[in-house]
Design a protein around this ligand. Structure first.
Ligand code: NAD
Length: 481
């Protein structure tokens, strides 16, 4: 089915200084469910990046001086605008990203963008009085940094853009955003919508290939980069941002472990385990990516997980009965397939594993991959050690909790983790011993706007959300009087 929603193929314009800008060059964005062209995005080069940074720098002078309450109101207006345009944004997201409209898909992502925007709009940065006595007064001010460069990935394009942009502008910064070249359309439209309520230049959007992101990281006019994406790109950004001493927030890859204790009811936890691992077809930074199950409940947990997975429909996301879509792009498909092939001879394939099967069902087009569960793997197997970022879950058997904790922590990543048990206090003790930024008990990946989220080890540094996330967009100034 052709679900292109931009039949005239006029390129989506960049958004610079409040205006839609056609550059005369554009690039194609593919629909991962059909491999047809979903739309065109205008291609930005150095010149457009300079223009966007200039516009943001000019807008900063007034925007940063506004009373905080006016910026809060603007963010609330943005939330309403996103809400009013939710249907269009969700369809665009489905067409370019592949996720279904329904379930934990595109509508859910846009709903999350509204929720996060509203919540963040209510945060504030009061002056903190550190001392006020006969010796004098000491006050701590939080000042905006200037122009923030936001670089986003293709898995949750709208939600992650909101996570970057809203705290940045609320705290008085202005923004130049660069979406992933795989999913620029929904972000260009989102930022066009934001510009209906913002002064020109406060939020700009440039679309382009990876080199454009690299240019942002050395641009002298940008004071901070907030980046969500792969560890490899995060390392490059950290190196190149050093030249201009940019502030950084790096939300990078994860290889989250889940530990299932012997006291669980496998039937009761199976659905939570499944969606923890397979949300967004596994293309989620804090998805459950390695599952450690105690020997006592191992077979039952495996069976229950497979039973849940068999009920979930994978397909073209505009169909309302579809719960999971394809892998977003060919490159990621090849990574996932390579990891599955490496695991097939080492473990026991309980479900999926053969992409030809799903091709028959979906008509041979699109980057569809069958939901795949492979048991009896070990640390040291590539599918366990490397981030799959796809609809595949490796299961590892363990015998003692010490062994499970050691294996879970044996990773250079440290984004999230989970413990599954009926004994919450015991589960919390184990959670405290896991080396990661967030740990969930009897669920996985449930982030929320009032709780800071971020990685440790090579999953990055800095946090997003809540007051702690807002502070990342500020420098400190202390005034002694
Ligand atoms: P990616 O690193 O390839 O690309 C992310 C963004 O960086 C894109 O906009 C890309 O154009 C840009 N980019 C590429 N090279 C660059 C460079 N040298 N300098 C500056 N920018 C550059 O990642 P991806 O493939 O889009 O996303 C998948 C990865 O992102 C996974 O590893 C996943 O775990 C991670 N991720 C992490 C989180 C989190 O919050 N921790 C969230 C989503 C995704």
């Amino acid at each position: 089915m052709d679900i292109s929603i931009n039949p005239t193929m006029e390129a989506y314009g960049l958004i610079i200084n409040g205006k839609s800008v056609q550059t005369g060059h554009s690039f194609e964005v593919l629909n991962p469910a059909t491999e047809a062209v979903a739309g065109l995005a205008s291609l930005a080069g150095s010149e457009e990046l300079d223009e966007a940074v200039r516009a943001a720098a000019t807008a900063f002078d007034k925007w940063s001086e506004l009373p905080e309450s006016m910026r809060q109101t603007a963010c609330l207006d943005i939330a309403s605008k996103i809400e009013n345009n939710a249907d269009e944004l969700a369809r665009l997201l489905t067409v370019e990203q592949g996720k279904p409209l329904n379930g934990l898909g595109a509508r859910w992502e846009i709903g999350g963008a509204v929720l996060w925007t509203r919540y963040t709009a209510g945060l504030s940065l009061p002056v903190k009085v550190l001392q006020n006595d006969d010796e004098g007064k000491v006050e701590l001010y939080r000042k905006p940094i200037g122009v923030v460069g936001s670089i986003t990935p293709w898995n949750f394009p709208v939600l992650i853009a909101v996570w970057h942009i809203i705290p940045a502008i609320l705290s008085g910064n202005t923004v130049v955003c660069k979406p992933s070249p795989f999913t620029p359309l929904s972000t260009l439209r989102l930022i066009e919508i934001m510009n209906e309520v913002l002064p020109p230049g406060v939020v700009n959007c440039v679309a382009g290939k990876n080199e454009l992101g690299a240019e942002m990281t050395v641009h002298a006019g940008i004071g901070k980069i907030v980046f969500t994406g792969s560890c490899a790109t995060g390392q490059k950004i950290m190196a190149s941002a050093a030249k201009t001493m940019k502030r950084l927030t790096l939300e990078l890859g994860g290889n989250d472990a889940g530990i299932v204790l012997p006291d669980v009811d496998p039937k009761q936890i199976a659905e939570g385990l499944f969606w923890g691992a397979f949300i967004n077809s596994g293309q989620t930074c804090a998805a459950l990516k390695r599952l450690y199950v105690h020997d006592d409940v191992y077979d039952e947990v495996c069976n229950e997980l497979v039973a849940v997975a068999r009920e979930v429909k994978v397909g073209v996301g505009v169909n309302e009965d579809v719960m999971l879509g394809p892998i977003q792009n060919q490159k990621q498909y090849d990574i996932v397939d390579g990891l599955v092939q490496s695991a097939e001879s080492k473990g026991r394939v309980l479900l999926g594993g053969n992409p030809d099967e799903i091709r028959k069902e979906t008509g041979g087009k699109g980057y569809f991959y069958p939901l795949t569960i492979i048991a009896d793997l070990e640390n040291g197997d590539r599918l366990v050690d490397e981030e799959q970022f796809g609809p595949v879950l490796p299961i590892i058997r363990y015998h003692s909790i010490e062994e499970a904790i050691e294996k879970a922590n044996d990773s250079s990543n440290g984004l999230g983790g989970s413990v599954w048990s009926q004994d919450i206090e015991r589960a919390k003790e184990i959670a405290n011993r896991m080396e990661c930024g967030s740990v969930w008990i009897n669920k996985h990946g449930m982030i929320q706007p009032n709780a800071p989220f971020g990685g440790i080890k090579r999953s990055g540094f800095g946090v997003e959300f809540a007051e702690e996330g807002l502070l990342e967009y500020t420098d400190i100034q202390v005034v002694f009087s």
